[in-house]
Design a protein. Sequence first.
Length: 47
Amino acid sequence: MAKLYSKKKLAATKMLPKKETIQLILNYSKALSVVKIGNMNFKTIAN
């Protein structure tokens, strides 16, 4: 068995994203548009 050298739990604190990060992802997903023509996909971002 492998020997564990750390005594502290590394993931003890909850890692939560900032509100700004979530807002950025939501705004990006709302602006993203994917159009499929034949076998190609075109991705555009409407600002």
